[in-house]
Design a protein around this ligand. Structure first.
Ligand code: HAM
Length: 421
């Protein structure tokens, strides 16, 4: 007997309608904003992530699923989508395809994190990457898309937090100042922060340990060290104001991936527990060069689909398509039933039968078990008289209709595919 590995989920048939609905909404909204889908491999050379995400980040230090291929190449299951999209963009010279500068993806990611509610080792992201524009309106557009996606799913208790990490040079200057401050509160910081202080001091600011938060309350603020880039941030905020997107500036928001610069943002959901970030992103103008490409600005986000589905209002969850059961019995009724089954399916109606059951009683029992909304009863008598009986499985009411007008009789009775329950 095998069971699934820790931190991964089976998505069972009953859960598929909600997944399909969220994915469909993601496809539709991304297309509305002019994004085109890209599908990148589930694994890449390990070095792509080490260089792209940063060697001192949690993801690279502790969370990657890395293994040696048979030829000795080190490979890693994708922990996120941005590095792979950038690699593909550079490799396929997509800068020369003007229609492929705004890309989106939906699919599984893999991180070896400590599993808990809302945190998985295989999880799914919907991500977008807007490539090639240095304009703050691009940031605004991406954040607006993110917000509209959540609004169209009626997600509750959302809070958009935003910050600016400034340009690389400004950040390097700030890091020195921050390090000097952190040394003054050294004894109040946790062990993890003692280490991060020297590898990635900004991460100390978003440490969740209460003593670290308290100790860094009066830390110098990154936003005060951005003489050249603060104007950019203001333009992003003005753009959000103009479109009525509500946000909160969070000077501690530094994000756990190294490729970010300028705008960073995160959306938190008040109805989730500790793992309450349902989407996050930012600008990453330096990543293309880090990965060997030409300087190319870009901004994007990714959302965690498991977390969205956990808070999706049940009223939005569409019902599975209604099922019509064909109960063909008797010598001729059975053959006619098989034929009718194919006719229904060719009209896009979900139809099924039970090949094991031969009596009408057994067939009706199967129709119940399969959750059919209607059953078409077709025995030898009906076959001879060229009609069928259509039975509503809930009300148990039934009526007779000519066999060659079954589709017309049935169609108005069936709820439309995917209508909310
Ligand atoms: P991230 O913040 O690492 O960013 O992940 C984005 C979202 O993925 C999180 O807000 C969360 O909803 C979900 N997520 C992350 N880890 C897990 C997990 N272990 N279990 C469940 N959900 C999880 C990125 O991945 C960047 N690539 C986003 C981006 C795109 N930035 C620019 N473009």
């Amino acid at each position: 007997m095998f069971s699934r590995m820790k931190g991964v989920k089976d998505i069972l048939p009953d859960q598929i309608p909600v997944w399909s609905f969220v994915e469909k909404t993601a496809h539709e909204i991304a297309r509305c904003y002019g994004f085109r889908e890209i599908r990148i491999p589930f694994f890449e050379q390990t070095d792509l992530y080490v260089r792209g995400i940063g060697g001192t980040t949690d993801i690279v230090e502790k969370e990657m699923y890395t293994f040696l291929d048979r030829d000795g190449t080190s490979l890693t299951l994708r922990p996120e989508g941005t590095a792979g999209v950038v690699r593909a963009y550079i490799e396929h010279h997509l800068s020369q395809t003007p229609t492929a500068r705004k890309l989106y993806y939906i699919g599984p990611m893999f991180r070896h994190e400590r599993p808990q509610s809302g945190r998985f080792r295989q999880f799914h992201q919907f991500g977008v990457e807007a490539i090639g524009s240095t304009h703050p309106e691009s940031d605004v557009e991406v954040i607006t898309l993110l917000w509209r996606f959540f609004s169209s799913l009626s997600l509750p208790a959302l809070r958009l937090e935003i910050n600016s990490l400034g340009y690389h040079s400004e950040r390097e200057q700030y890091k020195k100042t921050l390090l000097r401050f952190l040394q003054t509160v050294f004894s109040s910081l946790c062990q993890n922060c003692h280490r991060r202080m020297h590898t990635n001091p900004l991460r100390v600011l978003d440490c969740k340990v209460p003593s670290c938060r308290l100790a860094t309350e009066n830390a110098p603020q990154l936003l005060d060290y951005q003489p050249s880039s603060i104007h950019y941030f203001q333009q992003v905020l003005t753009g959000l104001d103009q479109l009525g997107i509500p946000y909160h500036i969070n000077p501690r928001l530094v994000r756990g991936l190294d490729y970010y610069c300028l705008t960073t943002f995160e959306v938190l959901c008040g109805e989730l527990g500790a793992q309450n970030a349902i989407g996050a992103g930012g600008r990453y103008d330096g990543l293309f060069e880090t990965l060997g490409g030409p300087p190319t600005p870009a901004v994007g986000f990714a959302v965690g689909l498991e977390r969205i589905i956990a808070v999706l209002p049940p009223s939005l969850i569409p019902s599975p398509p209604p099922l019509v059961f064909v109960a063909g019995f008797g010598e001729n009724g059975k053959i006619a039933g098989r034929h009718l089954l194919e006719v229904l399916r060719s009209f896009g109606i979900s139809a099924d039968t039970d090949y094991q059951a031969s009596s009408l009683k057994a067939l009706l029992r199967s129709a119940h078990r399969y959750g059919a909304s209607h059953t078409i009863i077709l025995g030898d008598d009906e076959y001879q008289q060229k009609h069928v009986i259509i039975r509503d499985m809930q009300s148990k009411q039934q009526f007779i209709t000519p066999i060659d007008s079954v589709i017309q009789a049935l169609q108005p009775l069936l709820p439309k595919r995917g209508e909310p329950v």
